[in-house]
Design a protein around this ligand. Structure first.
Ligand code: NAD
Length: 239
């Protein structure tokens, strides 16, 4: 497949791109997220039932960010972004990840469709603000001053991901859609490849193993992201 002349690329990343940095993926743990049931820690109902548990869960994930660093896959994508920009192209980097490793790897413009650990959201006024310390049920929103309604700025199951209109527009305008390190199990992200196919785009998957959506891609390359992604970026930039 010749994807090497692509100038407008949309990349979707998932937990697999951060695995070699030491952050566990989700499906690897048999449907549990760091030993918790998704219903308990990643749904609005779970938060309503036990907000202290949910804060504790995300506090641990947030503080664990200090112990990890970007790997060659994050760094290669930042290099691709810079090079495409300089040559009049465009990279739209959409991540399902709630870690900040793309940014720390040098990416300038990242769409966190499922939110990010380093931000909080007010359940009353929908204010979002950067917060890198532990959070608690005692927090007060800095905008509406309501106490007790502050939650992690994470899109939970059953909620609408961020920036869907921007993603759909960029998907319609790109030459190439690439999916990296995602199981293809969480919608709507899992459906991007079918949207790309419907618009006649070239599609490529880079993943450790075949995903649930592998058969939708023009090409699937299997292996660790830390190796495959820098190789593929070199191919694109060398073209
Ligand atoms: P997933 O855990 O469902 O799937 C991960 C995929 O990555 C699998 O297909 C696996 O084969 C692949 N993979 C594992 N190691 C890899 C490697 N070294 N190189 C390449 N691929 C590798 O992840 P998902 O599809 O992103 O969906 C899970 C949901 O859980 C997302 O919504 C995400 O927000 C959340 N989550 C985020 C993080 C994070 O921010 N780092 C971690 C766990 C879960």
């Amino acid at each position: 497949m010749n994807n090497m002349k692509s100038k407008k690329i949309l990349i979707l990343t998932g937990a697999g791109i951060s695995a070699e940095s030491g952050i566990d993926t989700f499906r690897a743990a048999g449907g549990l997220w760091e030993n918790h049931r998704v219903e308990d820690v990643a749904t609005p109902e779970g938060f309503a039932k036990d907000p202290k548990l949910v804060h504790r869960f995300y506090n641990l994930r947030r503080s664990a960010l200090k112990t990890v660093k970007p790997n060659p896959a994050h760094i290669a994508l930042a290099k691709l972004e810079t090079s495409l920009k300089a040559s009049g192209g465009q990279l739209t980097l959409v991540t399902q990840n709630v870690d900040d490793l793309h940014e720390r790897g040098g990416a300038q413009d990242v769409i966190h469709m499922h939110g990010i650990l380093t931000s909080m959201l007010c359940g009353i006024c929908e204010n979002r603000w950067e917060h890198i310390q532990d959070a608690s049920t005692e927090m007060i929103c800095p905008k509406c001053y309501v106490k007790g309604a502050c939650r992690p700025d994470i899109v939970w199951f059953g909620e609408m991901p961020y920036a869907m209109h921007v993603i759909e527009e960029r998907l319609a305008a790109c030459d190439l859609f690439v999916s990296i390190g995602t199981s293809g199990a969480v919608y709507p992200a899992a459906g991007f490849v079918q949207m790309a196919n419907a618009c006649g785009k070239t599609t490529l998957e880079l993943n450790l193993e075949h995903s649930q959506g592998s058969h939708f891609f023009d090409e699937s390359r299997l292996g660790p992201a830390g190796t495959l992604v820098p190789q593929w970026v070199d191919e694109i930039l060398g073209a």
